[in-house]
Design a protein around this ligand. Structure first.
Ligand SMILES: C[S@@+](CC[C@H](N)C(=O)[O-])C[C@H]1O[C@@H](n2cnc3c(N)ncnc32)[C@H](O)[C@@H]1O
Length: 380
């Protein structure tokens, strides 16, 4: 039996959407919610067009009029592209109340990550730089293969695609709870091109106000990479089923206490399995008491039986669209952990000290003796 059949076997009968299986048992409920979210989103696009058309009479400058027409056309294009994406997947909008004023559709959460993943490449190195950093960390730590990998909150899947490709993996399973990134990623990685529109709030040029991008895969095709819909807080996956677990821009975003998140990672990984985490610690939803700093996170993960192979932190551009006048700089932490690696308790504190040293970009080699460990201690 193939690895994916072994993992996905229990999902039989749970349904699919756009060729992506539901791993969770409540797929129909999830899809019904998405159908209502879709109706609310499409209605929102209609109202936005109406509002712009009504406000337009007050604008006389020709150049602004061109920008405004572009916005109207762009919103109409986006509306039909997203309606088509769901129609192709077999999901029709269902009756739903309108979105509350000022509220963004939950379907559009992570929207710009989708563009970074598959649209901006010709004018931005952001996606490539992020993937290079993780690959450098892995190679530096002596990791030569990833084996069977699961990805929690995979979004549109660019980072997993890069790792799968560069490490010549045989199985990567990408879980997400939002249909748009998964449907787009699934189709783009499968070789299709999808045209979607970006509406930067700070367009550089008038024509940037609604920028149509062709989302496509630039690299070669891969096999063995699968998407599945699931709530990654309690995934419908067997224990100890994976050699590698990837979280990128996820651990600070998911609505789940860290202790529970780490327990999920432990449960899914085989003994000796590898946890790759990359991303910042920029909390929004997590309870204040659970907004761990890097030091606290390292201590917490170590205390739960993981050994740090590598930790580094770097300030990087985040979602700096080529057509926007703004963007963010984030402090991105890249960490590699082994589950249940044999490592003495005294050595663990040295791992953390090494991880926190400002120049800590080198992996810890198991050949390093205590004499080679950095003298600096965490928090002292
Ligand atoms: C900030 S985005 C990052 C996406 C992707 N990993 C990346 O690096 O671009 C966080 C992702 O986590 C997903 N997510 C949040 N909570 C989730 C949950 N409970 N189960 C599965 N996915 C979840 C969101 O839908 C979103 O795609």
């Amino acid at each position: 039996m193939s690895a994916i059949d072994r993992i996905a076997g229990p999902w039989q009968g749970r349904g699919t959407l756009g060729g992506i299986p539901f791993a969770c048992a409540d797929g129909p409920t999830m899809a019904a919610g998405w159908a209502r979210d879709l109706a609310a989103l499409l209605g929102q696009y209609d109202r936005e067009i109406d509002a712009i058309v009504r406000a337009r009479v007050a604008v006389s400058a020709t150049i602004s009029d061109r920008r405004i027409q572009r916005m109207i056309d762009g919103i109409a294009h986006q509306r039909s592209a997203l309606a088509q994406l769901f129609a192709d997947a077999g999901l029709a909008p269902a009756a739903a109340p309108p979105l509350a004023p000022g509220r963004t559709s939950p379907l559009l959460a992570g929207w710009r990550q989708i563009l970074r993943d598959w649209a901006w490449d010709d004018r931005s190195e952001e996606a490539r730089i992020g993937a290079d950093a993780v690959c450098d960390a892995l190679r530096g730590a002596g990791v030569g293969e990833l084996g069977e990998m699961v990805v929690l909150g995979a979004g549109a899947g660019r980072m997993p695609y890069e790792l799968h490709l560069r490490f010549n993996s045989r199985l990567s399973l990408l879980l997400d709870i939002n249909p748009i990134p998964a449907l787009v990623g699934h189709r783009v990685i499968g070789g299709q091109t999808i045209e979607l529109v970006e509406f930067p709030s700070t367009p550089v040029e008038p024509t940037d106000a609604a920028t149509t991008w062709a989302l496509r895969r630039r690299g070669p095709p891969v096999s063995g990479l699968y998407f599945a819909f699931d709530d990654a807080r309690a995934p419908a996956l067997p224990d100890a089923a994976f050699d590698t677990l990837l979280t990128c821009w996820y651990i600070d975003q998911v609505d789940q206490p860290f202790a529970d998140l780490i327990a999920v990672v432990r449960r899914l990984l085989r003994p000796g399995g590898l946890w790759i985490n990359t991303g910042p610690l920029v909390y929004r939803r997590r309870a204040v008491v659970d907004r761990l700093s890097l030091t606290e996170l390292l201590t917490t993960v170590t205390a739960r039986g993981f050994a740090a192979l590598h930790v580094d932190s770097a300030s990087r551009r985040f979602l700096c669209s080529p057509v926007a006048g703004d963007g963010r700089i984030e402090r991105v932490h890249t960490m590699l952990w082994r589950r249940d690696a044999t490592i003495e308790p005294s050595r663990r504190s040295l791992d953390i000290a090494h991880a926190l040293a400002p120049t800590a970009t080198k992996p810890l080699s198991t050949a390093d003796g205590p004499g080679k460990a950095p003298e600096r201690r965490a928090g002292r």
